[in-house]
Design a protein around this ligand. Structure first.
Ligand code: CP3
Length: 355
């Protein structure tokens, strides 16, 4: 494998010194880019795009051609795992993801496919290998998965949800069934992420998008515990380098101390958490990733720059910070505003890493 030319992102995740704060953006490949929309149209559908290694590689590279990001992220989706388990994923225009089947009973659970990611999600591994080769060491490649709880919300609800009524009813009323589903998901996710590392992923992110919908005790029981189980089963190294894991629980700001103890090297925080306080609470233990409000990208370039400055100053001096948004970029953002965002991090952050 070619030598890594820019390892700022991996170094910051290990809290090793860097020349400036590294940056990437959740959902950096996507609908805010006209070139993404063109490639998606060429592919036919979003799922066809995910399943075509050349095109998935193309859209992974698109944001890197425009912006000097310090990491690339595999183009795929968290819902490929439930799809492989047999639920039948589809997207309806403007309505978000849906499944043909749901999991609400013992019989539904017993009816799921047992999967081996290497084979049953082989198209994802092909994309990882294709992207690694195309990157040629330019920046590291992030692999990812949904957390077991977040995947379970889609599998039980049959798609997106506002109140999570069905999945929470299952957790509170049939906890044994819920724990069986979460155990199966944790083991599938561990297998899936391990296969991504073997295929070439150099860091991993677990998207726990809906962990924040739970109570404090429910979060530990149904989400965090299973992310811990995933992390315990992952390879610690690849190509002689550690493979750091980032856990991102949206809405997890109240629970930083327990999250920091789950075995991950870094904790992603959304914009509702003060990054100075987050550093005080857990910065001695893990790296932090985040946390500009994605909607700030709708403001002027000058306002965006000011916000970047505020966040850099709040984190303060030294390594252990990966700049990012506090959640994925919104489709309607002007790509030129992303330029202002990335340039501001590049230009304003070196002063926090000198001396
Ligand atoms: O970060 C990246 O650039 C990598 C690609 C990526 C996608 N989805 C591409 C995508 C990643 C990391 C994801 C993760 C994902 N998918 C999450 C967790 C992250 C988060 O935002 O909290 C979730 C909850 C999903 C499920 C999902 N997939 C949703 C809710 C949607 C949006 C549906 C819609 O129509 O608005 C998707 C589709 C999806 N995944 C798109 C992209 C670029 C848009 C598809 C399109 O082109 O229409």
């Amino acid at each position: 494998m070619s030598e890594l030319k820019n390892d700022r992102f991996l170094r910051a995740l290990q809290r090793q010194s860097v020349d400036r704060t590294p940056i990437w953006m959740m959902r950096q490949a996507g609908r805010y880019l006209p070139e993404y929309r063109a490639t998606r149209q060429q592919a036919g559908s979003f799922l066809d795009l995910c399943k075509n290694a050349e095109l998935a590689c193309e859209v992974t590279m698109q944001p890197l051609r425009r912006y000097p990001m310090d990491a690339a992220i595999l183009f795929s989706d968290i819902l490929t795992v439930p799809d492989a388990l047999g639920l039948g994923l589809y997207f309806e225009e403007g309505e978000g993801p849906k499944f043909h089947k749901t999991v609400r009973s013992e019989a539904d659970l017993a009816g799921l496919n047992s999967i081996r990611a290497e084979d049953d999600l082989g198209y994802v591994m092909n994309a990882v290998r294709t992207i690694r080769s195309e990157l040629n060491g330019q920046v590291p490649l992030i692999g990812f998965s949904g957390s077991p709880w977040t995947l379970a919300t889609y599998m039980v609800e049959g798609g997106s949800s506002k109140d999570f009524a069905n999945v929470k009813a299952m957790a509170y009323d049939k906890p044994e069934l819920m724990h069986q589903l979460l155990t199966l998901l944790a083991d599938s996710v561990a297998d899936y992420l391990s296969a991504q590392v073997r295929a070439g992923a150099q860091a991993l992110q677990i998207f726990d998008t809906w962990g924040g919908s739970l109570s404090a005790a429910g979060y530990c029981e149904f989400s965090l515990q299973y992310m811990k189980r995933v992390i315990e089963r992952l390879p610690k190294e690849a190509d002689g380098r550690p493979v750091p894991v980032i856990v991102f629980t949206k809405g997890g700001g109240q629970w930083l101390e327990v999250i920091a103890g789950c075995g991950a090297q870094a904790v992603g925080i959304d914009w509702t958490t003060d990054i100075a306080q987050a550093r005080e609470r857990i910065g001695g233990q893990v790296a932090l990733q985040g946390n500009m409000d994605p909607s700030m990208l709708f403001a002027s370039p000058a306002r965006i720059r000011q916000e970047v400055d505020t966040i850099l100053a709040a984190y303060g001096r030294g390594s252990g910070h990966v700049f990012n948004l506090g959640h994925g970029i919104t489709p309607g953002v002007n790509p030129d505003h992303v330029t202002a965002f990335v340039d501001a991090v590049q230009e304003l952050s070196p002063q926090y890493h000198q001396g």
